[in-house]
Design a protein around this ligand. Sequence first.
Ligand code: ADP
Ligand code: MG
Length: 217
Amino acid sequence: MDASMFRAWIHEAARSVTENADRLTRLDSAVGDADHGINMRRGLQAAAAMLEETNPSTPGAVLAIVGRALISKTGGASGPLYGTGFRQAARTLGQEPDVSTAQLGAALAAALTGIQRIGAALEGDKTMIDALSPAVTAYQAVIDTGGDLAKATRAASDAAEWGLKQTAGMQARKGRASYLGARTIGHEDPGAASTVLILSALAHVSSAGERCAGGYQ
Ligand code: ADP
Ligand code: MG
């Protein structure tokens, strides 16, 4: 996988978050302050624009720019959290022009660790971690058994979707939603929902890559 696949991922994520911004904001109006869709749309659109301007040539450089854009433009708690995740993923990928399926798995795992280090959320706290953590595990399980990129990213996206559904039964223990206590039960977490969109964008570009030109390696 080269920089063009990573750029395609972020453009697809920006498109999908823009399309679903109202839904993300609706989820955040039940458990927070009704800005998650607005925040994520602003952050990802800024990231996509910055990629157009700078045209980075390695996967690591793409993700570093995305991290920087999300930290400076997203706003809310989610900006620094996602931004840190992308920056940690970028660090793991280094300067290599092409990265393997296993390296992408390591980058996803580094994103999870980075977000948990600054946000201190565990699984079950009703945050983006409840979507990202099962996704990282599912991705790794597929590549450990010889699966390819398209299968691994699809498994990650499906696991994130499963995690999102689980958040409806949880009481928020982190972030703004935690102020509402038991009133958060019955609603899906907005950050877990945006994680699903970002990971399903990755699955989408991975399988599109597989259908043309022999696929991303
Ligand atoms: P804010 O809460 O500042 O309005 P957003 O609405 O953009 O920010 O993002 C809210 C989302 O951020 C939540 O739905 C949750 O998934 C995520 N979040 C909040 N705090 C944490 C945390 N400490 N760790 C992980 N994710 C968190
Ligand atoms: Mg909010």
